[in-house]
Design a protein around this ligand. Structure first.
Ligand code: FAD
Length: 150
């Protein structure tokens, strides 16, 4: 049985450890904190309320990982938010991002009509980039070939 040592028990260390253990590896994780999870750590931020205290939405957790590691059977339940984001700016001003682009545009227009008008094009550009990266995420990176001088 092969032995593996993973430094850091954040999201990626834990996921790697699970895949290696599933494949029969003998895995040890070294985590410097007294709690695992890294930037996606679950902690009690207010008595009785637990959440990830840095990473705040389940956006980068790949559905394939959820399936491969049977995370739902281990208690994973994803709750949908009624609105995307709420940004307090001052005691009097805030900015909310909504599911419908038109609703977000109306919010942004309070600060900049020009930015509100270009928001759909900005989202479309982001989607194009995200689609490309999403496809690459599950592929092994190319193996770097050492440079040979002639
Ligand atoms: C503020 C913030 C908000 C984010 N929001 C989101 C979000 O909403 N949705 C989302 O999907 N992603 C979000 N992310 C990204 C997500 O948190 C990261 O992609 C993910 O946590 C990366 O995991 P990781 O295991 O690579 O690194 P980390 O989570 O950083 O984990 C690294 C771990 O290694 C440990 N470590 C470091 N050095 C050592 C050492 N020498 N010895 C032992 N242990 C060590 C650390 O203590 C830590 O536990 C956010 C990130 C940040 C910082």
């Amino acid at each position: 049985m092969k032995g593996f040592l993973i430094i850091g028990g954040g999201h990626n260390g834990l996921v790697c450890a699970c895949y290696l253990a599933k494949a029969g590896g003998n895995v040890t994780i070294l985590e410097r904190r007294s709690i695992v999870g890294g930037a996606a750590v679950t902690e009690e931020f207010h008595p009785g309320f637990r959440n990830s205290v840095a990473s705040y939405t389940v956006s980068l957790l790949n559905p394939k990982i959820i399936e491969d590691l049977n995370l739902r059977e281990h208690g994973l339940e994803i709750k949908l938010r009624p609105q995307s984001n709420f940004f307090p700016i001052s005691d009097k001003e805030s900015l909310s991002f909504h599911k419908r682009v038109a609703d977000t545009q109306a919010e942004v227009a309070c600060f900049s009509k020009k930015d509100a008008a270009t928001l759909p094009a900005f989202y479309a550009m982001l989607e194009t980039v995200a689609d490309i990266l999403r496809d690459e995420l599950l592929r092994s990176p190319p193996r770097a070939v050492p440079y040979k001088s002639v």
